[in-house]
Ligand binder design. Structure first.
Ligand code: FPP
Length: 236
């Protein structure tokens, strides 16, 4: 390794908004479901690409609290892909990928919920990259839930002082460091309710690649671009 590479700042936690599946399919005259299928395959590969480069946490936005507004057929298709992923993901243990889910699981199929819990338990001792899948996740919803829980605790006199740390520990991501960088392929430049609290000091990288076409070159682009940023966290 060259000395310069050794000094390169590497993000500990990368957030990814997997956008552009529909447009990828449309450009090929295919149904949107093909884009999601290719997108799910890309996700599996991306976890390994980031893991191989030493990134410790990768959070992906797989299904938002707003995605229920899509046609039932499309929602069922995405849930099926998730189910297929869970059926194959036992090999995450061999790959040393700790796998975690964030979001409100209650609205998901019970069978899916069981498989999610099973995979979390199976991979809990893995020490490689942690893959965090945001499913039925919304940043505002996450904050509302935390506020409700704290209000309940306060009612019973269980809260001394409400601090940033206290709130952070009530979020789905409790114990996980904030994302250093959030990347969004597909040319859209917005956060879409992803990791609102956690992204306070994240670097943002927007790229034109559509998610199904996301490749190792894009991983390197994100890491190189991140290394160039001068993070000051409000200081000078
Ligand atoms: C956004 O693209 C993508 C989604 C809303 C779904 C993402 C889901 C996957 C990649 C598959 C999930 C499965 C696993 C196993 C992680 P879009 O449909 O909004 O694209 P568009 O903006 O081009 O229409």
């Amino acid at each position: 390794m060259k000395e310069k590479d050794a000094e390169k700042a590497l993000p500990v936690h990368v957030g990814l908004i997997m956008d552009g599946n529909g447009r990828w399919a449309k450009r090929r005259g295919l149904p949107r479901s093909f884009g999601h299928k290719k997108g799910a395959d890309t996700f599996t590969k991306a976890v390994e690409w980031f893991g191989n480069r030493g990134v410790k946490y990768l959070t992906v936005y797989a299904f938002s609290t707003e995605n229920w507004k899509r046609p039932k057929e499309e929602i069922d298709g995405i849930m099926n892909l998730l189910d297929e992923y869970l059926d194959k993901a036992d090999n995450n243990v061999e790959k040393n990928i700790k796998t975690v889910f964030i979001g409100d699981r209650e609205r998901l199929d019970k069978n899916l919920q069981n498989k999610m819990r099973h995979l979390e338990e199976e991979t809990s001792g893995c020490t490689g990259i942690t893959a965090i899948l945001a499913i039925n996740y919304g940043g505002r919803d996450e904050i509302v839930r935390a506020v409700r829980e704290i209000a309940k605790e306060a009612k019973y006199g269980k809260v001394n002082e409400i601090t940033e740390e206290y709130i952070g520990n009530k979020l789905y991501t409790a114990g996980i460091p904030d994302p250093d960088v959030i990347a969004r392929p597909s040319g859209e430049q917005r956060l879409s309710n992803f990791l609102l609290w956690q992204s306070a000091y994240s670097e943002f990288i927007f790229m034109d690649t559509l998610w199904p076409d996301f490749s190792e070159k894009d991983v390197d682009y994100i890491l190189d671009e991140y290394a160039k940023r001068n993070r000051r966290f409000g200081a000078l």
